[in-house]
Design a protein around this ligand. Structure first.
Ligand code: ASP
Ligand code: MG
Length: 420
């Protein structure tokens, strides 16, 4: 049993879908599960639609039309026969959003988000499965919501592992024994059968869940990069591909913000000792990166950049010590505002954190913190993490930069920096 995951960039147009077919046709016709994300930037588009709908903005309909046009162009390029059932199938899938838009936005925003945004994955997988069948690769489309069971923490739902494993073993495994199967990443269902999503970029995680519950022999994530690199080519001209990576380093790199794989992906497959291959869908014959339980450290220092950071420093108003009296209260406020801490440092009477600069969330967070603490903050910063750092690598990233905060452990150095 193998699990493949194809992300939005790999199926951003008709050629992408054809390329996916070229890759999977070389594999056996059963015991292969193909997990697919929404096509191209569809999830962003549906997020825009969700915001417009909540604001009662009439642009919602226009955004929906754009999403439709994008998908119909792709099916037009893949299926000459306009009577092919996929045309109706896709039109009907969009009707679900249309129904929603006709009503007032009365439900909780995160619940509505999941009902709208999940449609992206339903569309993409229907198109991919129909195309594979059209060219003679017999494939079954199946709804991931039958298997991935979650709580109702909409937009960032938590997997209910025992139920999920049970459904996958009972319902999905027999299908896979007969045939190649295509299903969605990112989406699941609550116990009341409402659609939930696992958090942005969560399709990798879905693939890992399927993989672990199927006891698959491997997971392959097909990417637009040759494998895991030691830095994002967006920020670095000279990057190096890492051939072999340990689960441990992979978890650390993704935790600190390496976007090549979703941070939650590694744990489920590590628990089962399943290897993860990160390979290029553009060069499918290249080996890419293999992630296993090897113990050797990364061969090269790795750099992870996060832009648009806000450095927040929090001081007790009464000069009490930060550690004993205040930390749990502070963390509660972060948790309540759903703000994730990217790095932190404390002194006797202050506590500093770097967080993503999501305007709305941060304004609210600072307001809440200010009720009990003195708060100072600095926006528009960068957070650099170097795994296996040395002085030379630190110098390389701090040229013409001012370091506002530095946290070092044995293997990892994190710096919040600002343009001079
Ligand atoms: N389509 C979702 C997103 O863009 C999930 C994924 O791509 O992994 O966030
Ligand atoms: Mg995506």
């Amino acid at each position: 049993m193998q699990v493949f995951k194809f992300g939005g960039a790999s199926v951003k147009d008709a050629d992408g879908v054809k390329n996916l077919a070229e890759i999977v046709k070389n594999y056996p016709s059963n015991n292969l599960l193909i997990v697919v994300s929404a096509m191209g930037k569809t999830t962003n588009k549906l997020e825009e639609l969700h915001s417009a709908y909540l604001k009662n903005d009439t642009r919602a309909l226009a955004i929906l039309e754009e999403a439709k046009a994008f998908h119909f162009q792709i099916i037009h390029d893949l299926f000459e026969d306009e009577n092919h059932p996929i045309y109706n199938d896709i039109a009907n899938t969009f009707v679900e959003i249309e129904w929603l838009l006709e009503e007032e936005a009365n439900d909780a925003p995160d619940y509505i988000y999941d009902q709208i945004v999940s449609i992206g994955e339903l569309l993409s997988t229907k198109i991919v499965a129909a195309y594979l069948n059209k060219i003679g690769i017999s494939t079954l489309w199946t709804d991931a919501r039958n298997y991935i069971k979650t709580d109702n923490n909409y937009r960032e739902a938590n997997v209910i592992w025992d139920k999920t494993e049970q459904e996958i073993q009972k319902q999905l495994l027999p299908l896979l024994n007969k045939q190649m199967v295509v299903s969605q990443g990112f989406i699941g269902a609550t116990s009341e059968n409402f659609t939930s999503t696992l958090g942005r970029e969560g399709s990798d995680y879905s693939a890992a869940i399927f993989c672990a519950c199927l006891n698959a022999e491997s997971l392959t994530i097909w990417k637009d990069v040759p494998g895991v690199l030691n830095a994002d080519p967006k920020w670095f001209d000279e990057t190096e591909k890492i051939d072999q990576l340990s689960y441990h380093d992979a978890i650390e790199l993704t935790y600190y913000g390496a976007t090549v794989i979703h941070p939650k992906t590694i744990k489920p497959i590590q628990n089962k000792g399943i290897p993860l291959y990160v390979r290029s869908f553009m060069h499918p014959n290249e080996p890419g990166t293999t992630i296993t339980d090897i113990t050797s450290p990364l061969p090269v220092p790795s750099f992870i950049f996060k832009v648009n950071q806000v450095l927040i420093s929090i001081f007790p108003k009464d000069f009490s010590f930060i550690m004993e009296e205040n930390l749990s209260h502070i963390f509660n406020i972060f948790h309540r505002n759903k703000v994730k801490v990217n790095t932190m440092l404390n002194s006797a009477i202050s506590f500093s954190v770097s967080v993503d600069g999501d305007e709305e969330k941060i304004d609210k967070l600072i307001k809440d913190l200010s009720e009990g603490f003195k708060v100072k903050y600095n926006k528009g910063l960068e957070l650099v993490t170097i795994r296996y750092y040395n002085q030379q690598t630190i110098d390389r990233v701090t040229v013409n930069k001012k370091v506002l905060l530095e946290v070092k452990s044995r293997y990892t150095c994190q710096m919040v920096i600002k343009e001079k």
